[in-house]
Ligand binder design. Structure first.
Ligand code: BGC
Length: 356
């Protein structure tokens, strides 16, 4: 009887299964790295994500994500890493302006200069006690107050004190990173000019600049009428212009410029109620005080401050007009009077100039 034998098992394996199948990796390499015959394999390994020479491999020392790469922002050796001890922003860096070991921090005396629309006034400031150390020196502000002309006046004041360290400067404009952004009572050429570099070149010392009203505010908050005040405080300098400095819980909101609130006839408040306006319009101090009171009431409606501190030249006559001022907030004269701008400029430099 015919015996039907089944074929041996191996014969049943179709031809296509008999070859060894390539691994997934081999297929992938072949696909992404097509090479002409005989090319050598080094090219293909360089694209292997696991190859340490592959620039995309995070372990490749040149890969910016490699934590050991000095360009990696997290690498402590990266000079931009805030933890790098050489980074001036590192709070432990002795050159960091906030580090109490910064030599400028411990400086007891810094030259402060208040650049005003009518005079450039300077004095050495005793920063421990917040008062002038010796006499003031003043030169009239040149007219027009161009960068070149004001720089000579500034250099004259620095030379008078024969002083070689960092100088603090209060400047009558919006000041951002040392650059003037406005010029209401000085020459328009100042707009966009770096005050610190311009004055620094003229007198050969480092200069650290801030808005003049902000400087006066810093001084009053630290050493004068605003000392210990935790609420909302306005300091208003009343001079040729109207400068404002706003503090909340002792923190300055810089460059508030509320003397430029549009007031009447599309003109800023300072054109109506500054000391300059009083002189220009030839009105009595009583009439001026009534206008100024309307301005204070308006600021009060907008900001609900706890305290107004009045500084600048007009603060000297505070007693003669104080009864005409009616905001609910307390209104007091600046204790440092017209020296607040000088003292605050020096205090600003001590805290913001790096010792580099
Ligand atoms: C300026 C301010 C300055 C104020 C007092 C204003 O005209 O715009 O920046 O603080 O005068 O000098």
């Amino acid at each position: 009887m015919a015996y039907r034998r089944s074929p041996p098992k191996t014969d049943r394996i179709p031809e296509r299964y008999s070859k060894r199948r390539p691994t997934i990796r081999q297929t992938w390499e072949k696909y992404i790295n097509f090479q002409p015959k005989f090319s050598n394999r080094t090219t293909s390994v360089s694209v292997d994500p696991l190859n340490p020479l592959n620039p995309l491999n995070p372990l490749n020392p040149l890969n910016p994500l490699n934590p050991l790469n000095p360009l990696n922002p997290l690498n402590p050796l990266n000079p931009l890493n805030p933890l790098n001890p050489l980074n001036p922003l590192n709070p432990l860096n002795p050159l960091n302006p906030l580090n109490p070991l910064n030599p400028l921090k411990s400086m007891q005396t810094i030259l402060g200069i208040d650049v005003g629309a009518s005079g450039v006034k300077g004095a050495l400031v005793d920063l421990q006690h917040g008062k002038l150390h010796g006499e003031r020196f003043r030169v009239p502000t040149p007219q027009p107050a161009t960068p070149a002309a004001l720089s000579s006046a500034f250099a004259e004041v620095v030379a008078f004190f024969n002083y070689k360290n960092v100088v603090g400067c209060g400047f009558p404009a919006i000041v951002k990173n040392g650059v003037a952004q406005s010029a209401a009572n000085i020459d328009k050429q100042w707009i966009g000019t770096n005050i610190e570099e311009t004055f620094g070149h003229a007198c050969g010392v480092r200069v650290c600049a801030t808005n003049d009203a902000d400087a006066a505010g810093i001084a009053e908050m630290r050493f004068g009428a605003g000392k210990g005040e935790q609420g909302l405080v306005f300091l208003i300098t009343i001079g040729t212009g109207l400068g404002t400095a706003l503090f909340y819980k002792g923190m300055l909101v810089p460059n508030t410029e509320l003397g430029h609130l549009i007031w009447k006839n599309n003109k800023p408040a300072e054109a109506h109620c500054s000391s300059g306006a009083r002189e220009r319009l030839k009105i009595s101090r009583t009439d001026w005080a009534k206008r100024f009171n309307a301005y204070l009431l308006h600021l009060e409606r907008l900001f609900s401050p706890d305290l107004f501190i009045l500084g600048g030249g007009e603060s000297k006559y505070f007693d003669s007009y104080k009864t005409l001022l009616t905001p609910q907030a307390r209104v007091v004269p600046a204790q440092l009077l017209n020296n607040a701008g000088i003292i605050g400029a020096a205090a600003f430099a001590a805290e913001n100039a790096s010792a580099l």
